[in-house]
Unconditional design. Sequence first.
Length: 211
Amino acid sequence: MLVVAFDLDMTLIDSAPGVAGTLKALMAELDVQIPVDDVTAHIGPPLHHLLGPYVPAAQMGGAIDRFRELYVDHAIEAVGALDGAVESIAAVRRHGGRVIVVTGKYEPNAVRHVEHLALDVDLVTGLVFGAGKADVLVREGASILVGDHVHDVEGARAAGITSVSVLTGGCSEEELVAAGTDVVLADLTVFPAWLDAHLDTSDYPLAPVGA
């Protein structure tokens, strides 16, 4: 069976407004200064990487826990699906495929996004990042990973599957190509057509339209 994996932040959803709101609430509580625009421009790496330059090490564990708590109130309602996300999932379904989400985000909050936006996915796995995504991809039989970050490319390469990159996150086309991605798309609006063409040259049988 065709299995397509998607990253979540800045691939399926525009999480920048939610992250920004959560960071502002966290700053008020911790009395620290975090350059919100800079951090939200580089969404993708784990929280401790993003917060590391601004939050003292002794406070980091508590800050991450509190960020995840605040996130529920400041991010779920504020975040929408990116253009083409719903249609891309539907394209996989038209080919009889499964859809999984593999994300570095705290899994309960990732599930909240998926449920709030009614995204038609079969599995959400959180707290997996970079090459660490490979175990899930291999276990679930994924053949394609769609992401926006060079670390998503690392995950696909580690799993030995096709890496599809979109330019809706913080990485440039040059960075993604240098990381070894197989395909760069402007955004998910063109993914359905790419998938149709890709499967026309693959061994996956196509399900009848509407099946």
